[in-house]
Each structure stands twice: as C-alpha cells, then as structure tokens.
Design a protein around this ligand. Structure first.
Ligand SMILES: [Zn+2]
Length: 270
C-alpha cells in the first residue's frame, strides 16, 4: 500500500504528464500522414476504401500514457520519453483501434519501447523529408505553372489586397524570407522561366501580361502593409487556392520567381 501511495504521488508530481488534449481534425490528418495511413503496429489500413463512411478506423494514441495507472507508471517511469510532455506531437501516434486497446491495457516495457522506436523513426523520416522538401519539386511546379497560365484576368482581380498580418509566433524576419526566396530562385528560376516560355501564346497566355498583373498585386499590397512576409504568404496562399495544388513549396517557388522577375520587394531583389 505504501508503495502505491509513493507512486501516486510521483504521478501527480510528474511535469511530463499533462491533461489530455484532443487532436484537431488537421492534427489527426498529420498523424495519419505520418504513418502513411497504415497502423504502424499491425499494418492495418487506417482509411476506408470507400469514402463517405463516418466511423474512424484509427485512434490517436499516447505513447507514454498521459494518465498512467500505478502499474504502468512503475513499469515505464524510468524509460525514455519523447517530447516535452505527454500532449506533444512527439508523444502521440495513430494506431488502429485494436492495437490502441492492446497498448492501453496491456502495456509491457517491450511494447512501450517498440512503439517509441517506431515513432522515433517516423520523426526522423519527417525531418529528412522537411530537409529535402525543396528537392524534386519540378512536377508540382509544372502543375502550378500550367494552372496559373489558365487563370483569367478577372480571377487575378479576386486576390485580396489586404494581407493578413501573421501572428508574431509564425512570422519570420525579413532576412529569413530573403534567404527562402533566394533559395527558390537559385534552384528553380531557370526551370520556371522555361515552363512559362513553353506556355507562351497558348490560349493567349503571355508571361509579360501575367508578370505585370502580379507586380500590380505586390505594389498594391505594399501600399497597405509593409510586412513582406505577410504579403508573400498571402500571394502564396492565393496561388495555392487558385491552382488547387497540394504543394505549398511549389507555390512558394513560383511566387519567388515573380518576386525576382517583377523586381518587387526591392530590398530583396537588389
Ligand atoms: Zn493495428
């Protein structure tokens, strides 16, 4: 009994354990994407083959339990944990319902470490992916360019000229933006220019006209806001929506092309 009390005390004093926070719909998608829509423990498909089915095939599981039982805590307490606390992205993973049940009620040290190592590997893959996300963007960029060439003039007019100021937390300083644009320009400027050249004249498309229009967008926005990050992101967002592209990086590459091509953001293109 004494031992139990000590453990209960340790649980309540453990700063890693935080109150359960349900993942949002978007976060759930991230967890699913992370495991490629397959249960990392048994390989079961976590997505319905047919759409329109509402019951979920997955659950977002805690790796280290956020409210462990005395037995679990005694077992797992000394082992490695991922993330700063139980509610971080690092401590959660998508599992099928069966595996989640198994994990919740019959955790062994071996099970725990197995899942933890799976997650570690997934986190590494994601980090690698992020590091190389700008490589091999060509196909996505070609898509964006192809679709941008099909936009009509009145669609450009729908661009909202009042950039939304990003919260401090997300905005990066101008130097970072400058570096980001420079990286895209170095890697993709000639490629994008050639794509536009191929499109020249097709269905009346002219790069000069489009460039002028985009330049006009930038100029209008700059009279309203001097937050270049916000302007850049707003135009990326708009192209993203208009071209129905899944790759934000491809849109950023195309917008960077225009920043260079239209000589907007003078401080950056100098
Ligand atoms: Zn499973």
């Amino acid at each position: 009994m004494k031992k139990n009390e000590i453990i209960l005390k340790a649980i309540s004093a453990d700063p890693y354990l935080k109150e359960r926070k349900s993942p949002t719909e978007a976060e759930q998608q991230l967890y699913l994407k992370e495991v490629l829509f397959t249960c990392p423990l048994c390989g079961k498909d976590l997505r319905h083959r047919k759409q329109k089915k509402n019951n979920k095939l997955y659950e977002i599981a805690h790796i280290f339990p956020n409210s462990p039982t005395v037995e679990q805590y005694a077992l797992l307490n000394t082992l490695q944990r991922l993330g700063d606390n139980s509610e971080t992205f690092e401590n959660k993973i998508a599992l099928c319902k069966d595996c989640h049940d198994q994990q919740d009620y019959h955790t062994t040290q071996e099970d725990y470490l197995n899942l933890l190592q799976k997650k570690q590997k997934l986190l590494q893959n994601t980090a690698l992916h992020e590091a190389t996300f700008t490589l091999g963007l060509e196909l996505e960029i070609a898509n964006v360019v192809r679709r941008i060439c099909c936009l009509r003039e009145d669609e450009l007019a729908q661009l909202n000229y009042t950039p939304v100021k990003l919260s401090k937390k997300f905005s990066v300083n101008e130097l970072l933006l400058k570096n980001r644009i420079a990286m895209y320009v170095t890697s993709y400027y000639p490629y994008i220019r050639d794509l536009f050249r191929e499109m020249e004249g097709i269905n009346g498309f002219r790069l000069d006209t489009l460039s002028l229009q985009i330049k006009c967008c930038f100029t209008k926005m700059e009279t309203i806001s001097n937050d270049k990050n916000a302007i850049f992101d707003q135009i990326v967002e708009w192209i993203n929506t208009k071209t129905l592209t899944t790759s934000k990086a491809a849109c950023e590459a195309v917008v960077s092309f225009f920043v260079q091509n239209c000589e907007v953001f003078h401080e950056i293109t100098e």
